[in-house]
Design a protein around this ligand. Structure first.
Ligand SMILES: [Zn+2]
Length: 162
């Protein structure tokens, strides 16, 4: 008998997120995945003490890679914890989800990587046209990030043998 496959394991390998709900957006063109980090505690970024003392939470919406022809938005419930270490100057901190998305990003890391790879292969303009199909809103910040990635790769030096 085979084990049932959990959708969270397919969408977010590594067990970092738990899916709490799936919703379809208007006209069924968009899928909204509601999720939260699977860990019950987080480590204070200042003193590295684990905490499970929940302070509050907020929602963060990220565009993810499309699935089955639909734009995918990931709506994450991100928690703030209290640091209980008396000597720590940080009393409240947000849990980090760096493996899912960079801080302040509006896209998942895997979507950013896919767009960067595409921009390098077919050019930034063609890459962004595909990105728009995937539901990515173009912004100056994202353009700069892609350009930085492209300039970081130098063309190979041609050695002339005489
Ligand atoms: Zn702390």
């Amino acid at each position: 008998m085979t084990q049932p496959v959990l959708l969270a394991d397919v969408l977010f390998p590594g067990g970092t997120l738990e899916i709490t709900d799936l919703q379809c957006g208007p006209e069924q063109q968009k899928v909204i995945v509601l999720a939260r980090p699977a860990e019950r505690q987080a480590q204070c970024p200042c003193c590295h003490t684990p905490s499970s003392s929940l302070h509050s939470h907020y929602h963060r919406t990220l565009t993810d890679l499309p699935c089955l022809g639909r734009v995918v938005h990931l709506q994450l419930s991100v928690r703030r914890f209290r640091c209980r270490e008396e000597t720590c100057p940080k009393h409240i901190f947000c849990e980090r989800i760096d493996d899912i998305a960079p801080r302040s990003a509006r896209m998942t890391q895997r979507l950013i990587t896919a767009l960067n790879d595409m921009a390098l292969e077919v050019g930034a303009s063609a890459g962004w046209r595909v990105g728009q199909i995937w539901g990515v809103e173009r912004s100056r910040t994202i353009d700069l990030r892609v350009m930085r990635c492209m300039t970081a790769i130098q063309p190979p030096t041609v050695v002339k043998h005489v």
